[in-house]
Design a binder for this molecule. Sequence first.
Ligand code: NAD
Ligand code: GLY
Length: 367
Amino acid sequence: MQTLQVDLGERSYPIYIGAGLLSQVECIVPHLAGRQVAVVTNETVAPLYLDQLIRTLAGHELMSIVLPDGEAFKHWETLQKIFDGLLEARHDRRTTIIALGGGVVGDMAGFAAACYQRGVDFIQIPTTLLSQVDSSVGGKTGINHPLGKNMIGAFYQPKAVVIDTATLATLPERELSAGLAEVIKYGLICDESFLGWLESHMEALRALDPTSLTEAIARSCAAKAQVVGADERESGVRATLNLGHTFGHAIETHMGYGSWLHGEAVAAGTVMALEMSRRLGWLDEAGRNRGIRLLQRAGLPVVPPAEMTADDFLRHMAVDKKVLGGRLRLVLLKRLGEAVVTGDFPHEALLATLDTDYRTLMEQISH
Ligand code: NAD
Ligand code: GLY
């Protein structure tokens, strides 16, 4: 097992990474506030892993809340189900909420923990690659609004993150690829050597090679922990973790939550960010193409939806959380391994990026 630390003073917490951790009492039980525990999961993950977790928590006053599965359910009504369950079972302020599932469960359970009786403890047990490398670490919690992704939420840190890499064995291939989008993101924004490592381990990762997966997860979590430790509430460097997300959130919102997976939308959005960085003269074609090829090799979409116009993008991007004083800011790359958050770009460069024929660009790159 590997242990990393998110350093946030009195809100610091460990990230445990290893195979079989769902059964390791010592990773979970010492982080419980009291005897009451509420496991929040969903109807897909519950039949796979809930019993194993329940055995680990033997001796506690345990309840489980099983939510419907999917991004389309990441809203108020589902959150209300969590509060209903907690109140009906009379869980008090010393209860601990455990999120068992992907990023949707983690974001909602974390937000419920932030709100229930003005805040109770919670533990993240992420079971998708995306949630293991990104959403379970850093304390962003929340739900979607019909007008914008993740627009309602709170910064609220877990007491521990327990990453059982064995859970990835049951993950559908498409979801694994979606997680790889966020893994590649860390290489692009802050670690060019990690990009090189990913280039030589992409096949192993897609084949679920345990050693490669553990290394990719640990390097990703270490990168995220460092950024979150430096800027917990996103007043600066943390926004670089949103590479591709402004374009990607526009795709998710426009296409209907759940139609494109979050990681897929981020991948197409990352291609747009790479292209815009090239248009601004920061990346050369070789750098842009290197990023695109890696996303392709991860099995990810690299072309935004054909039906989305530049106006569609601009409309949805106007409600991005990085908009300040009406000014859109984007995460772009100065070079591979170095990201900036900036609103200082000519509007024409953004329009040209939105108007780019990505299908033709991909044909050119593959020749
Ligand atoms: P998800 O939670 O929808 O999970 C993907 C699918 O995999 C679901 O159908 C789920 O039931 C299933 N699943 C989960 N674990 C499984 C397993 N081990 N075996 C088989 N199936 C399994 O999606 P996700 O990609 O994990 O997370 C995406 C969400 O995370 C989005 O809502 C996004 O906004 C959010 N997110 C949050 C942050 C953050 O910092 N809080 C960061 C990135 C993404
Ligand atoms: N996923 C972006 C962040 O946690 O800040």
